[in-house]
Design a protein around this ligand. Structure first.
Ligand code: ADP
Length: 255
């Protein structure tokens, strides 16, 4: 499902690492609610662009982002906007699951504690449970909340990290190749979860798997050598692409 509301409006977004320009001026409108996937050959700038949405590129030395990125109309580079709060609103899940070396409970409770989202232990317990339920993990971990998050399987860890992102009440979840370290069963579970989460969140996913993009996303953006070549409904991109470079890529002639 996608609704017609736009979450992000990006205009002429360029990203450079030192003298090397990795993205050459991206214009895109990302819809709220639903899944947008970024596809394209390795090195074309998908992850770089994904990191623009929560200003993670700020943390990379020598990386410079220019152009305009608006979330719900607000310039995300506005100096009055605290990047820490932005990153709570725009959560991120990486290729390799990265739970904290803490208990399952504390992995989820960490963000709400920092941001002061709950005032009593009961409220925090309830938030931990809701977050784990939304991430499809509650039934698997409810009896071992005190055990370490790093002891879970890879697929469970990835859902734990998603629960951790959900706990601080985000609007957007960015996922950078979230299934690349998972086996096929854990991948299928993750894709089912993405399908449920898209009712509630704006999800942007970078994937090297065209099959995955076709399965999970409503909209697909094809990048090539630092440019956005085509952006359209996923079904259209995979069946009737407008651009010959897109066609070459989806038919396996490039990449
Ligand atoms: P993709 O996600 O499509 O594989 P990336 O966004 O990771 O592409 O990379 C785009 C380009 O930017 C590549 O040429 C890559 O080598 C370069 N790049 C990415 N991260 C850095 C970095 N931290 N420092 C310098 N160059 C980088």
């Amino acid at each position: 499902m996608t609704d017609s509301k736009t979450k992000f409006v990006c205009r002429d977004v360029k990203v450079a690492y030192g003298d090397f320009e990795a993205l050459h001026g991206i214009d895109i409108d990302i819809p709220d609610r639903g899944v947008t996937s970024f596809i394209g050959p390795s090195g074309c700038g998908k992850s770089t662009f994904l990191r623009c949405f929560n200003r993670m590129n700020d943390t990379i030395e020598g990386c410079k982002v220019t152009g305009s990125l608006r979330m719900d109309g607000q310039d995300i580079h506005d100096p009055s906007l605290d990047p820490v709060l932005l990153r709570a609103r725009v959560g991120m899940v990486f290729q390799k699951p990265n739970p904290f070396p803490k208990s399952i409970y504390d992995n989820i409770a960490y963000g709400p504690r920092i941001h002061g989202l709950t005032s009593t232990k009961d409220e925090l317990d309830a938030l931990v449970e809701t977050s784990l339920r939304r991430a499809g993990l509650w039934n698997e971990v409810k009896d071992r909340l005190k055990l370490s998050g790093t002891g879970l399987s890879g697929g469970q860890q990835q859902r734990l990290v998603i629960a951790r992102a959900i706990a601080v009440n985000p609007e957007v979840i960015l996922m950078d190749e979230p299934a690349s370290a998972l086996d096929p069963i854990a991948t299928a579970k993750l894709e089912d979860l993405i399908d449920e989460l898209k009712e509630r969140y704006c999800i942007i996913i970078v994937t090297h798997s065209m099959a995955q993009a076709a399965r999970v996303s409503d909209k697909t953006a094809f990048f090539y050598m630092g440019n956005l070549i085509e952006f359209d409904d996923t079904e259209r991109v995979f069946t009737r692409p407008k651009n010959s470079q897109t066609q070459d890529y989806i038919e396996g002639r490039t990449g």
